[in-house]
Design a protein around this ligand. Structure first.
Ligand code: NAI
Length: 247
């Protein structure tokens, strides 16, 4: 069960929701965890839970959309942990609105965090992955990046961008033993989906063949698969964890 023993995983947006579930499943499989969120204090609960599993854990504050902040965090992480084996680009936001009314600020904020943040964090660890000739990069995209959603042009574009980024990086890094894959979750019970109205939720459930929203642990299980020995021969793939929404 300790398939990730001696490995270090960086998880962005690790303070809550899907990021926290990913940190805990990777830790349960033996990995030490560097959790990143906007404020280091946001990761306190995650760090305590990882430590309770007997692993090393650190909390770092960084804005994934800000290059200087990402570079500083990556340096601190490598200094504290000594190396990184797994990077999970999970931090993400929504700023929903109909296209006609969507502000440039809402477009930029979502693209900056979801897409540029994935680029910046991946770039920050690429040298280290190249040096060790190994690495697993897992980007959290979304079903919306595959099939779209009214009111989410910014979010859909950012997540489709994450998928395109994943495939290009996978081709670029494959010969050096580094895999890059994406996961496209459907609707998962977190703070992000708690704002959905009961009416919208009922309509949504009709689009999910398995008939319920997913749990953060469902996404974390897919991350563990891609990060562990079973994921050795996969790269450039998009794994849907969506109850069958996109097929
Ligand atoms: P959440 O809102 O519960 O948690 C996101 C975490 O990321 C928070 O701790 C937040 O502080 C952090 N974060 C936000 N902006 C950041 C930044 N600029 N720098 C560093 N950290 C930042 O969201 P949830 O639901 O856990 O989502 C996690 C990922 O999964 C996101 O990329 C989201 O787009 C994706 N996703 C979520 C789905 C859902 O139904 N909840 C469905 C599909 C994808």
């Amino acid at each position: 069960m300790n398939e990730l023993a001696q490995q270090v995983a960086v998880v962005t947006g690790a303070g809550r929701g899907i990021g926290q579930a990913i940190a805990l499943q990777l830790a349960a499989a033996g990995a030490d965890i560097a959790g990143v969120d906007l404020q280091p204090e946001s990761c306190a609960e995650t760090v305590a839970k990882v430590q309770a599993l007997g692993r090393r854990a650190w909390a770092f504050g960084a804005n994934v959309a800000d290059a200087a902040s990402v570079t500083a965090a990556a340096e601190q992480i490598l200094a504290a942990a000594g190396k990184v084996d797994i990077l999970v680009n999970n931090a993400g936001i929504t700023r929903d609105g109909l296209l006609m009314r969507m502000s440039e600020a809402d477009w930029d904020a979502v693209l900056d965090v979801n897409l540029k943040g994935t680029f910046l964090f991946t770039k920050a660890f690429t040298r280290s992955f190249l040096k060790q000739q190994s690495g697993r990069i897992i980007n959290i995209a979304s079903v919306i990046g595959l099939i779209g959603n009214a009111g989410q042009c910014n979010y859909g574009a950012s997540k489709a961008g994450v998928i395109g980024f994943t495939k290009s990086a996978a081709r670029e890094l494959a010969s050096r033993g580094i895999t890059v894959n994406a996961i496209a979750p459907g609707f998962i019970e977190t703070a992000m989906t708690a704002k959905i109205s009961p009416e919208a939720r009922a309509a949504l459930l009709k689009q999910i063949p398995l008939g319920s929203l997913g749990q953060p642990a469902d996404v974390a299980g897919a991350v563990l698969f891609l990060a562990g020995p079973a994921g050795r021969y996969l790269t450039g793939q998009v794994l849907s964890v969506d109850g069958g929404m996109a097929m």
